[in-house]
Design a protein. Structure first.
Length: 42
């Protein structure tokens, strides 16, 4: 049975998007940015 969840986690000043598949924590880094820069209005 597959359990598949995508979550966003805060790590210090950074945000991490991760997949959780069958109790394994798999992190795929596509881009890194400080949280201040990500949520800033442009």
């Amino acid at each position: 049975m597959w359990h598949y969840r995508v979550g966003k986690y805060r790590v210090g000043k950074y945000r991490v998007a991760a997949d959780i598949v069958d109790d394994e924590f798999v992190v795929v880094v596509l881009k890194t940015s400080k949280r201040d820069d990500v949520y800033r209005n442009k």
